[in-house]
Write a protein that binds this ligand. Structure first.
Ligand code: CP3
Length: 374
């Protein structure tokens, strides 16, 4: 049996917050695979987007303005905790911030996403990308974490995150969101040495970034590999997995729960389960019980509800939420979430309805666990 869930979170430079108490939270208990009275619930893209109080802030500030001011970033991260009663806060930031920090010129265009001024086109361009020095290059993000931790105390854990090397390199090469990432795949296959160099640079930077987030007190980290599902298993194994594995291996001594997120990547799952995360995020393309059977009992599972369901009528939202809960079957290690970020036009009422359903769903069976540590 593979040992995956760590026992105690300990970070040398932890802030004033009591780690032991945060460890007792519903989210951390489930994230470590312990039985809980109900699954914890949070939503990818819960901060920003759907909340009117966030939209009001966006009238005045751009996304990057908000991220640059820790008081504002912390406020946005707290809004869904207050309004939805979710069991974890996610740091308000964007996967592109560390790239901006090392000097990559880009705009976050509304309703489009990151658009680069000078995408990577040749192997020579890769050498322009320097390593991230977190305390210098993304100090505002780290300060947001410190503020958030002091606001939340030991009640609600904070999820830190970064983009995975593949998804970051896809933006660096494409220059903008893409349907099939053909340019990135072509670069990867045509220039294997430059690709290796690019992935190595991003891997080093993301390890430093996540280490810095943990040092400021995040309780859990999530690696967003949103677009890796465009690869074949063989290309994933050869050109991506070594770097993803290096990130999780570097964090392993921290013993914090780690979430591996991808979409449309079911064909890669047999590879991804060897990458070293303790929790797999699954989208809506596979039933949760089938996913768990294939991923195996040593992992926690997050996700699965189709975010598009939240755009439908209340009865359908309830029915889909119950379906996910029924398929999870009260298994320890289940973290309720959507399979990808909430859609922009989701109503507050729909999110609240899902939360209500999760809160009131009777957990009948809590099988003795094979996955958790003591
Ligand atoms: O989840 C949260 O609530 C925390 C904040 C967060 C943002 N981006 C803020 C944001 C997180 C976790 C991210 C991660 C992110 N950013 C990912 C990985 C997750 C995923 O959805 O796959 C990716 C691929 C990006 C890149 C990015 N940033 C895109 C594609 C977009 C535009 C798309 C859109 O729907 O508008 C952004 C902009 C962005 N980042 C917004 C937010 C809240 C949009 C709203 C705004 O501009 O205020």
């Amino acid at each position: 049996m593979q040992y995956r869930f760590g026992q105690q979170h300990s970070v040398a430079s932890a802030p004033e917050v009591s780690w032991q108490m945060t460890e007792q939270s519903l989210f951390m208990q489930a994230a470590r695979g312990h039985p809980t009275a109900r699954p914890p619930v949070w939503f990818m893209r819960q901060a920003g987007r759907v909340l009117p109080e966030y939209r009001a802030m966006r009238e005045r500030w751009s996304l990057l303005d908000i991220c640059a001011q820790p008081e504002l970033g912390a406020e946005v991260a707290l809004q869904p905790v207050r309004r939805f009663g979710v069991d974890a806060a996610i740091l308000f930031a964007d996967i592109m911030l560390p790239l901006i920090g090392v000097g990559v010129a880009l705009d976050l265009v509304d309703d489009v996403g990151p658009v680069l001024r000078h995408p990577i086109a040749t192997p020579g361009d890769v050498r322009r990308l320097r390593d991230l020095e977190p305390e210098q290059d993304v100090r505002h993000v780290l300060d947001t974490i410190s503020l958030l931790k002091s606001e939340l105390g030991d009640r609600t854990p904070v999820i830190g995150f970064c983009g995975a090397p593949f998804t970051l390199s896809a933006y660096l090469i494409e220059g903008m969101p893409s349907r099939d990432f053909a340019r990135s795949r072509a670069f990867m296959l045509s220039h294997p040495d430059a690709w290796h160099e690019l992935m190595q640079r991003l891997t080093r930077s993301m390890i430093a970034y996540l280490e810095a987030q943990l040092a400021r007190g995040v309780d859990v980290v999530q690696l967003f590999d949103s677009w890796v599902g465009c690869l074949s298993p063989e290309d994933y194994r050869t050109h991506v997995a070594p770097y993803t594995r290096a990130i999780f291996a570097a964090l392993a001594p921290r013993k914090c729960p780690t979430i591996h997120f991808a979409t449309g990547a079911w064909a890669l799952m047999d590879e991804m389960i060897h990458d070293g995360a303790t929790i797999m995020s699954v989208d809506w393309r596979v039933p949760l019980d089938d996913a768990w059977a294939r991923i195996g009992p040593t992992f926690g599972i997050q996700g699965n509800l189709d975010p598009a369901a939240l755009l439908g009528p209340p009865e359908m939202i309830e029915q889909r939420t119950h379906d996910v809960l029924r398929r999870a079957g009260g298994r320890p290690g289940h973290i309720f979430n959507v399979g990808h970020g909430l859609c922009a036009n989701t109503s507050v009422e729909s999110v609240l309805r899902v939360v209500e359903c999760v809160h009131h769903y009777p957990i009948v069976v809590q099988e003795p666990m094979t996955l958790a540590t003591a």
